[in-house]
Design a protein around this ligand. Structure first.
Ligand code: ADP
Ligand code: CIR
Length: 349
C-alpha cells in the first residue's frame, strides 16, 4: 500500500486537480502531520489515500477515525471551513424544530416535478474507528450492536434487517435500482477502504413499506434514511427525526463539541443531514446558469443513482450542500427554499 510520501507526491503532481485536499494540504502541513497517529492507529495516509488516488475528487480527504478530527485538525479544519462555508469550525446544538408544528409541507402539490423525497443522516458509534482502521471483527461487532438497536424500533419504523451476505444478486440489484440499497461501485469510497471485507458487516434494515431504512456499514456506520414518493418533505423529515430520537435512546454516537456528529467524510459533519428530491428539470438543467443557481441557494445537484452518477431523462437529485454550522431545521429549510426556487425557474422558463 502506498505510504504517505508517495501519496503526497501523487497529489502534488496532479496538475488538473481541484480538490479541497490539494488546496489545503500544503507541504508544510503535510510535514507536520506525516508522523502522527490517532488513538485508533489512523495516519494522514489513511485520510488522504482516496483523494490522492482520485485527483478528480471534490473533497479528497476522509477521517480515519473520530480522533483524526483532533490529530489532523490542521488540514481537516481548513477543508471543513471551505466545504461548509464557515469561517470558524463551530456547530450549534441539535435543533430539529417543532416537529409537531412544522412549516414544511409538500414541495410539489401538483405532483408534476418531484418524483421522490429523501432525508438522511449519518451516525457513528463512538467506540469504533472509521473504515481505514476497522478490522473484520469490528465490522461484525458493529453490525450486531446496530441491528440490536434497529430491532427495538416501533410504530411505522418497525421492520427487519437484511444482511448483504444473505441477499441474492437479483434482490440486491432490484433494491439498488429502486434507490433503496447501496453497492460497492464508488471508486472514491473504495480507495478509502470503504469496501474492505465486503460484504461482511453490511446490510440494510427497512420498515414494511420501505419509508424508513437504515444502511449498516456503508460509508458511515449507520445511515438513517426516510424516503417516499412525491414531494412531502414535512412527512419525510418528521419520520426521520422520530427515528433519530428512538435510536439515540439505544446507542451512543460520536460527537465533538465544535463539530456536531462525526462522520467518515468531513462533508457530512455537523447535522450530517442531506435532504434531497429527485426532480424533473429538463429545461433548467440545460441552462448555462444551472450551476450558479444551485450555488446561490447552497444546493448540490447529483445524478439519480447517487453521488458521481449522471442524470437520466432530465431528473436530478437536488439537496442541501451544507451540513455543518447550521441546525437540522435550518439545513432542511435551506433545501426547501432552494427547491422552491428551482421549481419556480423550471416552470417559468
Ligand atoms: P447519500 O450520500 O445521501 O447516501 P447518494 O448520492 O450516494 O447519497 O445516494 C444514495 C442513494 O439514494 C442512491 O440510490 C440515490 O439514487 C438515492 N436517493 C437520493 N435521493 C433520493 C430521492 N430524493 N429519492 C429517491 N432516491 C434518492
Ligand atoms: C470526493 O471527494 O469527491 C469523494 N470523496 C466524495 C466526497 C463527498 N462529497 C460530497 O460532496 N458530499
Amino acid at each position: 500500500m502506498a505510504d504517505g510520501d508517495e501519496l503526497f507526491a501523487l497529489i502534488q503532481g496532479a496538475k488538473d486537480c481541484h480538490s479541497l485536499l490539494k488546496k489545503h494540504l500544503t507541504k508544510e502541513r503535510y510535514e507536520k502531520l506525516k508522523n502522527l497517529k490517532t488513538k485508533f492507529g489512523g495516519t494522514i495516509a489513511d485520510c488522504i489515500r482516496s483523494g490522492c488516488k482520485n485527483p478528480d475528487s471534490g473533497v479528497g480527504i476522509y477521517a480515519s477515525d473520530p480522533d483524526a478530527y483532533t490529530v489532523f485538525a490542521e488540514v481537516l479544519d481548513a477543508v471543513i471551513m471551505d466545504y461548509h462555508k464557515i469561517d470558524k469550525v463551530t456547530h450549534p446544538v441539535p435543533d430539529f424544530g417543532d416537529v409537531n408544528n412544522l412549516n414544511i409541507g409538500d414541495l410539489d402539490p401538483s405532483g408534476n416535478l418531484i418524483v421522490s423525497t429523501r432525508v438522511r443522516v449519518g451516525r457513528s458509534h463512538d467506540s469504533f474507528g472509521f473504515p481505514p482502521v476497522l478490522k473484520k471483527e469490528d465490522r461484525v461487532k458493529m453490525e450486531q450492536v446496530s441491528v440490536e438497536a434497529l430491532k427495538s424500533l416501533e410504530g411505522e419504523l418497525a421492520g427487519s434487517y437484511y444482511p448483504l451476505s444473505n441477499m441474492t444478486p437479483e434482490v440486491q440489484k432490484q433494491l439498488t435500482d429502486d434507490h433503496f440499497l447501496f453497492n460497492d461501485s464508488d471508486r472514491f469510497l473504495k480507495a478509502a477502504s470503504g469496501y474492505d471485507d465486503w460484504p461482511t458487516g453490511r446490510g440494510i434494515y427497512f420498515s414494511a413499506n420501505k419509508t424508513f431504512l437504515c444502511w449498516v456499514n456503508e460509508e458511515d456506520h449507520l445511515r438513517l434514511i426516510s424516503m417516499q414518493k412525491g414531494g412531502n418533505l414535512g412527512e419525510v423529515y418528521k419520520r426521520l427525526v422520530n427515528a433519530i430520537h428512538q435510536m439515540e435512546k439505544k446507542l451512543k454516537f460520536a460527537k465533538k463539541d465544535n463539530m456536531g456528529y462525526l462522520t467518515f467524510c468531513p462533508s457530512n459533519l455537523g447535522t450530517t443531514m442531506r435532504a434531497s428530491v429527485h426532480i424533473k428539470i429538463p429545461k433548467l438543467s440545460q441552462r448555462p446558469d444551472f450551476k450558479s443557481i444551485c450555488d446561490k441557494y447552497n444546493l448540490q445537484a447529483r445524478g439519480i443513482h447517487g453521488e458521481h452518477t449522471e442524470s437520466v431523462g432530465g431528473v436530478y437529485d437536488i439537496s442541501n450542500k451544507r451540513r455543518m454550522g447550521l441546525t437540522e431545521y435550518e439545513a432542511v429549510t435551506e433545501m426547501m427554499r432552494g427547491v422552491n426556487e428551482i421549481i419556480r425557474e423550471e416552470t417559468s422558463s
